[in-house]
Every structure is written in structure tokens, then in C-alpha cells.
Design a protein around this ligand. Structure first.
Ligand code: PSU
Ligand code: MN
Length: 298
């Protein structure tokens, strides 16, 4: 795989300074066009404000770009039909021309190759509801297991089956470490009712575990609950997810298209409150990821 690492990012990696990798599928597919560029820029600003270097990852003309510039960021946020690139799609898209937005799975693989041990996202992919029939499980889980990277996320998206997602992560040997919580966070909602085996209370504690896990050549999830002031009501969100999942089934939406479909349906149903919550948790995760990267580089 050809990497195109931005000079600033390459310098920081070589100097063992703090770098946070960011995925780009959320920019191209996870947020509405009207807010995605501004949010992508805000995430980079949050990371810089704490003294770390952001490296948004995407594909461009046969290369994995580590630290996209303004121009590519604007293309990812603004163009329609940007391919969503998970592990299955990496080689086919890299073999061609054009741009691609990387999921957490593709992002952690590229970050690991570049030597960046911290990736920030909103929520990782996981096991979909009804996966016992559809077999729809995100490649994020195996990719995190296989790559020495700590993914900072607000748990997994609430549209998933969170209990099954935790089971799969356990099988894959991926520690899910609560950041100031004993429960697996549920994206827009602070609590899922699912207990976590491991907890830390600050970035230093997270760094101690991340160092051990990365040394094993494997990844982990640092699960950061959304701030109470930004979180949404669990029952309301649950019923919207159920409604949107039924609609998706009726309309035959499956596979890679399902997550963006469900997220946008919930956005409409909550009149934008879900979007504000999503942006708030993305920003918070970027800050925790920067603190973790700083702790790791100290
Ligand atoms: N969380 C969001 N919006 C997103 C995603 C996560 O709020 O768009 C993306 C991430 O890039 C994640 C991907 O890696 O969805 C998982 O997709 P799939 O289930 O198709 O693997
Ligand atoms: Mn899937």
C-alpha cells in the first residue's frame, strides 16, 4: 500500500510526538452535507488546541493519504458518491483513481501502517440487529483486533445490537475500556445497561493499557460516554431506531448503506437533536484521543 503522509504528520511521527488519526467515512457519509466540512475542521482544531497533530485519513488516486489537506477534506465533505471504503474495498479503490472515505476498519489499518496508535471516531461499527440472519457485522471489529491502534469512540452506534457487539469484541480479544464509566456507552445515550470489564478514569490510565495492548500487536476500544448535557433520551432514541430499522427492511436497504440510512432517519425524526449530539460526541472523542496520544508520547 502506498502511503502519502503529510509532512507535518511525518515529522510528528518521526519525533514521537502526539498524533491522532481521524476516519473520513463520517465526513462523507455520516453527517449531512451542510455540516460535514465544518465538523471535520472542528475535530482537527480540537486536537491541535491540546497540542497534538490531527491526521485525517482517506484514499486519493491510489494512495492512502495520512493527513488530508484542505482541498481533499472539502472534496470528501462536498462530493456525492464518494466510495465508503472498508477493508473489502481498500485494494479495489487503491487500484483505481479518485477519492475514497475510509471507515474505522480501513482507517485503523492505514494508521497502524503509518505508525499512529490512536484513532478517533464517533461510534465504531459492530454487529447489526438481526445479524443472526443477515450476518451483517462491521469489519471494524476484526480490524481493531488485528491492528495495534486504540480507537476512541462513544461506544458503538445505537442502531446496532450492542450486546452482540461486545460479545464479538470479547471473542476477538479486544478490550473495551470505559472512560470514567463501567457501562458500554450507546452513542447518543450515556448508558446501555451493558457492563464493561475494564475501566479507567483518565488518559494516563488509558495510556497504560493502550501501551500494553499495542505492544501485543492488537487494538482496543476506549469508550467515552457522551456528556450528560448533550445526551438524548434513551427511550425516544430506541423507538426511533426500531421505526427506522423497519423502514429500512421495507425499502430493502442493507449492507454498507444501512448505517447512513438509519442515522439520517434518526436525524430527521429528532429534528436535528441527534445531529448536535453526534457532533458533540465527535468533538469530545477527538479531545480524549488527543489527551491519550499526548500521554502515550510522554
Ligand atoms: N459513526 C457515525 N457515522 C458513521 C460511522 C460511524 O456516527 O458514518 C461509520 C464509521 O466510519 C464506521 C462505519 O467505521 O460507519 C461502519 O460501517 P459498516 O457497519 O458498514 O462497517
Ligand atoms: Mn455491514
Amino acid at each position: 500500500m502506498k502511503l502519502a503522509v503529510a509532512p507535518e504528520v511525518a515529522d510528528a511521527i518521526a519525533g514521537k510526538r502526539a498524533v491522532v488519526a481521524l476516519e473520513s467515512t463520517v465526513i462523507a457519509h455520516g453527517l449531512p452535507r451542510s455540516r460535514s466540512l465544518r465538523t471535520a475542521q472542528l475535530l482537527e482544531t480540537e486536537i491541535r488546541a491540546l497540542g497534538a497533530i490531527p491526521a485525517t485519513i482517506a484514499l486519493h488516486d491510489g494512495r492512502a493519504v495520512v493527513g488530508v489537506g484542505d482541498h481533499l477534506l472539502a472534496r470528501l465533505a462536498g462530493e456525492s458518491r464518494v466510495p465508503k471504503v472498508s477493508l473489502r474495498d481498500l485494494a479495489p479503490v487503491l487500484a483505481g483513481q479518485g477519492i475514497g472515505a475510509t471507515t474505522v476498519a480501513a482507517t485503523v489499518e492505514i494508521a497502524a501502517r503509518a505508525g499512529i496508535p490512536v484513532v478517533a471516531t464517533g461510534g465504531i461499527g459492530g454487529v447489526h440487529r438481526g445479524a443472526e440472519l443477515s450476518f451483517d457485522e462491521s469489519a471494524d471489529l476484526e480490524a481493531i483486533a488485528r491492528n495495534p491502534v486504540c480507537v476512541v469512540s462513544a461506544g458503538a452506534k445505537l442502531v446496532l445490537d450492542l450486546a452482540l457487539t461486545l460479545e464479538r469484541l470479547e471473542t476477538l480479544g479486544v478490550p473495551v475500556v470505559g472512560f470514567g464509566t463501567d457501562e458500554f456507552p450507546a452513542f447518543y445515550v450515556r448508558s446501555s445497561g451493558l457492563h464493561l470489564a475494564h475501566r479507567v478514569n483518565d488518559a494516563l490510565g488509558a495510556a497504560r493499557i493502550a501501551r500494553e495492548q499495542v505492544a501485543r500487536g492488537a487494538g482496543m476500544v476506549l469508550a467515552v460516554p457522551i456528556a450528560a448535557s448533550e445526551s438524548l433520551d434513551r427511550d425516544e432514541i430506541e423507538s426511533e431506531v426500531a421505526r427506522a430499522s423497519l423502514a429500512a427492511e421495507r425499502e430493502g436497504v442493507t449492507g454498507a448503506a444501512l448505517t447512513p440510512y438509519l442515522l439520517s432517519a434518526i436525524g430527521v425524526a429528532t429534528e436535528g437533536r441527534a445531529l448536535e449530539a453526534n457532533i458533540a460526541l465527535l468533538r469530545a472523542n477527538a479531545r480524549v484521543a488527543a489527551q491519550l496520544a499526548l500521554a502515550l508520547s510522554a
